[in-house]
Write a protein of this length. Structure first.
Lengths: 287, 322
């Protein structure tokens, strides 16, 4: 049973990353009509940002948790201002191609300087060690990742679904021209939205740095799984993305315990099943 | 919504004449390659990728479907052909047929799933499906994991043509490429191709005219996958191995890049794009990971400034159809 709980925890952690990344993809898609292929590369940049902060500037984990998402978010906003904004009005697929190119550039540059091997990033002192829960041993850092990710996801949901700013955002997703006519600066909102989505990816990167090590290609395969998560969940609802992300992480963890050979394919197989049964995705509206 | 491609090709007698002239020039140029002393291996490799890119282009340029998983056809056909030749000891023609059949079957299965969504979702689904296959090939024993299938015997095609001679192999690959190219060209200009273009331009309207658009898209997808598989089988004879690189997502990205550089929705663009990208990889091989960066830069530059691609720009400038 110990092993089962351990795999469930790993599943929950992966689920946190799926949720944070698919949430960002959904928010970005809503405003920019772009599927951000660079999301995995930006997640990796978040982890590297934390690594640099620690090893170059001596800034530890806690400040990095705030600085890295902001820094990578600003990088994202620069990308949006200089490149992505010129794609509005073109077919969605051009956004996919452009961000794929950006991902290749970012990952290639990092691979050049850091190779493909992982760089270690230590768990902060406050979160070292573990707790005995009676039925299992819980490493505190892992528990922290799950709880903190969930809190960030719910905060994002609250921001978008329950605040005035979120209402503007949802309105601009539905009808940008009309919202502009009300005097709201929609282009600036689009830039900030992209920054928010990218910041969430970078935050996931910082959280994963002590667990998965810091590697230039850490986001490359992850983003494909997240695409499958997005296809399964649909991008219509924020809460849907969060729930689907965590649920798929748990299912993956269970698969690792019961049938390890299928653990890296189970999400894709589920995607096929969902497409056969409900092609629009679990929460999605017809595209 | 503007369509993915700015290149629209009118089917007029003049356009078809122009295209046939260019096709003849291309065929003659490719046929004299062995006499010029150019390294035939390079050209054969480029021809295989050119055929994959043309097959990919059939889907995106005429059906409006961007597949981000076309490497799965290339790799699957390659693995099956390699296995058939090496383990089953089949003759080359049967080995190629086995690869094509595998790619067609894969096209039917994955097409049935992926065609259920459009646009951006279709791209994500094909990418995820090819990643699924990548993991399966990584684990199944017949592919030999990271090593791949190596040392594949080339044999005699139809018992006559010795494929271990590079000149013979070159003409066989060239014949295969030209046959595939003409099949695609014929498809584009057939009533079926016209319906595909109609679906790309305005699917609801095509449906209202009574076309079962899903069937057309599925058929185009299967045809595209099968032809990409044919190229994958030919590639086995050239490279004499079949490995995981051919199924990896980065290979799918390269196929997209070749077509984008040459011109989405142009007849000859994918061929030119494949030669450009393969040549670039050849000359920049010493730069290691910078090749990936350069490919990324080309992607970005093409999308931002150069959406018609090389051939598309030329065709647009001279107001001809290529």
């Amino acid at each position: 049973m110990q092993a089962l709980y351990a795999q469930l925890l790993v599943g929950l952690i992966n689920g946190s990353f799926y949720a944070l990344l698919s949430l960002g993809l959904a928010v970005i898609f809503g405003m920019l009509n772009i599927i951000n292929f660079a999301h995995g590369a930006l997640y990796m940049m978040g982890a590297f940002c934390a690594y640099f902060l620690l090893n170059v500037a001596g800034i530890g984990y806690w400040p990095a948790l705030i600085i890295a998402p902001i820094a990578v978010g600003i990088f994202g906003m620069i990308l949006e201002r200089t490149m992505l904004q010129w794609l509005s009005g073109l077919d969605h697929l051009y956004g996919l191609l452009l961000t794929f190119g950006i991902a290749l550039i970012v990952q290639g540059v990092f691979q050049n300087y850091f190779g493909s091997s992982g760089l270690p990033y230590a768990i902060p002192d406050e979160l070292k060690g573990g707790m005995n829960l009676g039925f299992m041993f819980l490493p505190i850092y892992r528990g922290w990742v799950v709880v903190f990710s969930l809190a960030v996801c719910l905060a994002t949901w609250y921001l978008i679904e329950r605040t005035r700013l979120g209402a503007y955002l949802r309105a601009a997703t539905e009808n940008p021209t009309l919202v502009r006519a009300f005097g709201i600066n929609v282009p600036r909102m689009i830039t900030l939205t992209y920054g928010l989505g990218v910041g969430l990816a970078a935050l996931a990167g910082v959280l994963s740095a002590p667990i998965n090590q810091v590697r230039p290609l850490m986001g490359a395969d992850l983003i494909i799984v997240v695409f499958a998560v997005v296809v399964i969940g649909g991008m219509g609802s924020i809460m849907g993305s969060i729930i689907t992300g965590f649920a798929l992480g748990v299912i993956e963890g269970l698969t690792k315990y019961f049938y390890p050979e299928a653990s890296n394919t189970v999400v894709f197989v589920l995607m096929v099943l969902v497409l056969l049964i409900k092609p629009t995705g679990l929460t999605g509206r017809a595209a | 919504m503007t369509a993915i491609t700015d290149n629209s090709i009118p089917v007029t007698p003049r356009a078809m004449r122009d295209e046939m002239i260019v096709f003849a020039i291309m065929a003659v140029l490719l046929a004299i390659v062995p006499l010029t002393g150019i390294y035939p291996f390079f050209v054969m490799q480029a021809l295989c990728f050119a055929l994959v890119a043309c097959a990919f282009n059939l889907l995106i340029g005429y059906g409006g479907l961007l597949s981000f998983g076309h490497a799965m056809f290339l790799g699957t056909a390659g693995y099956v052909s390699a296995h058939a030749l090496k383990v089953w000891g089949l003759s080359p023609e049967l080995g190629i047929l086995a690869g094509i059949a595998a790619a067609a079957a894969l096209g039917v299965v994955t097409g049935f799933v992926s065609i259920r969504r459009q646009g951006i979702y279709f791209s994500m689904i094909t990418l995820a499906l090819s990643q699924l296959l990548y993991f399966i090939y990584l684990q199944t024993p017949f592919t030999h994991g990271e090593d791949g299938i190596q040392g594949i015997p080339q044999g005699h095609l139809f018992g006559i043509f010795d494929l271990s001679k590079s000149t013979t192999l070159y003409y066989v690959v060239l014949a295969g490429f030209l046959a595939g190219f003409l099949l695609i060209y014929r498809t584009i200009n057939s009533p079926f191709g016209e319906v595909l273009k109609a679906i790309r331009e305005n699917e609801p309207r095509a449906i209202s005219l009574g076309y079962k658009t899903d069937q057309y898209k599925l058929l185009a997808y299967i045809l595209s996958g099968t032809l990409a598989g044919f190229a994958g089988s030919l590639k086995v004879f050239v490279a004499q191995n079949a490995s995981l690189t051919d199924v990896h997502w980065s290979m799918s990205g390269e196929i997209v890049l070749m077509t984008l550089v040459g011109g989405l929705g142009t007849v000859f663009g994918p061929v030119v794009g494949a030669f450009v990208i393969i040549a670039m990889q050849q000359y920049l091989a010493g730069f290691g990971q910078w090749v990936t960066v350069i490919q990324g830069v080309i992607f970005v530059a093409c999308v931002l400034t150069f959406r018609r691609g090389l051939i598309g720009e030329i065709a647009h400038y001279f107001r001809i159809s290529l």
